[in-house]
Ligand binder design. Structure first.
Ligand SMILES: C[S@@+](CC[C@H](N)C(=O)[O-])C[C@H]1O[C@@H](n2cnc3c(N)ncnc32)[C@H](O)[C@@H]1O
Length: 316
């Protein structure tokens, strides 16, 4: 089949795409030292999902440490690891996985460059605590000399027309014409039911989240590795930007979906949410469902003022 030729199922440094069906540690056994520029992944969170066995939290950290140790080994000296995690939850108590895993990375000599807050609007509605609406991307480098390409990931300034008002540059535009640094808080929709990328995987991350990391932390032709590949989102972002993609996934059904999506990406037919598209604002879009059916026009105004004090509001 065509997809078999396009996608190698064992590590091959010359192949554009490798999807290994099995344990990431077995794929890592095949990978030479310093062969990868960027590791980007979202591991299991020890929540007892269908693809993981819930462990005592110290055992989970030990298991993660073994994978992280091997990822550091295969990472090139100028390379980066982005470990995207949320919370482990036990009896309503949260344990942020980035805080538990930080010592593992530090003990392996890795340097934390950013702890990016990935903010999204959708998820479980909690009743005994605030609903979780962010996770983190923990960006570590192997050394102090690392790839960081800012220009390809710049975003539009809030006031692009702003000018220097005094000094030798007075009258000139003060911002970079390519845009500004996106900062370390990223508002990107998570992959829930209506998202164009949604598959049957319960915990996909969006391709656009990985695209920004791929563009800034690697160069064309480099290898991007995801040990916990799921349905292939990291590989898709890598391929789209002319990097080589390597990944491993345990579950047969996710391997099949990953392969299918990768074939679509290579053919240019895969649909994803485009990078840089503003987050949908139902009130600004005039969505009628934003008006409370049970509210009178006077308390609609009041409720909106309390919840969104800076926003324009409309009485319908
Ligand atoms: C949080 S999901 C990653 C989803 C992925 N980011 C995506 O967008 O599809 C973690 C994945 O790791 C896989 N997995 C768990 N343990 C693994 C292991 N030891 N080796 C390879 N894959 C594993 C799970 O089956 C699951 O699909």
């Amino acid at each position: 089949m065509k997809s078999q030729k396009l996608i190698s199922d064992q590590f091959d440094p010359n192949n554009r795409v490798v999807v290994y069906h099995g344990d990431c540690l077995r794929l890592l056994d095949q990978m030479p030292d310093e062969s990868v520029q960027l590791v980007v992944t979202s591991p299991p969170y020890n929540l007892g999902k269908e693809y993981e066995k819930r462990l005592r939290i110290d055992k989970y950290v030990e298991q993660q440490a073994e994978v992280i140790r091997q990822c550091v080994r295969v990472l090139s000296p100028g390379g980066s690891i982005c470990w995207q995690v949320g919370n482990y939850v036990d009896k309503g108590e949260i344990f942020p996985l980035d805080t538990l895993l930080f010592p593992v990375f530090r003990n392996l000599g890795m340097h934390l460059r950013n702890r990016i807050i990935w903010h999204f609007e959708h998820g479980l509605h909690c009743t005994n605590r605030y609903s979780g609406r962010y996770e983190t991307v923990n960006w570590f480098t192997k050394s102090d000399k690392f790839v960081f390409n800012l220009d390809p990931v710049r975003v539009p300034q809030k006031y692009p027309g702003k000018k220097h008002f005094k000094g030798p540059k007075a009258g000139q535009y003060s911002g970079n014409p390519l845009g500004k640094n996106p900062g370390d808080v990223w508002a990107i929709p998570n992959v829930k039911s209506n998202h164009v990328e949604k598959t049957e995987h319960p915990c996909q991350y969006p391709v656009e989240l990985v695209e920004r990391l791929v563009l800034s932390l690697s160069n064309e032709g480099d290898t991007v590795f995801d040990p916990f590949l799921g349905v292939g989102s990291s590989a898709i972002a890598a391929i789209r930007h002319n990097r080589k993609a390597v990944g491993s996934e345990l579950m047969t059904k996710y391997v099949a979906i990953a392969r299918e999506r990768i074939v679509g990406e290579l053919a240019g037919t895969l649909k994803t949410r485009p990078m840089g598209r503003p987050v949908y604002d139902p009130a600004d879009a005039g969505n009628k469902l934003t008006v409370r059916p049970w509210a009178t026009s006077s308390n609609v105004v009041q409720l909106r003022l309390v919840e969104q004090p800076k926003k324009r509001y409309r009485i319908k």
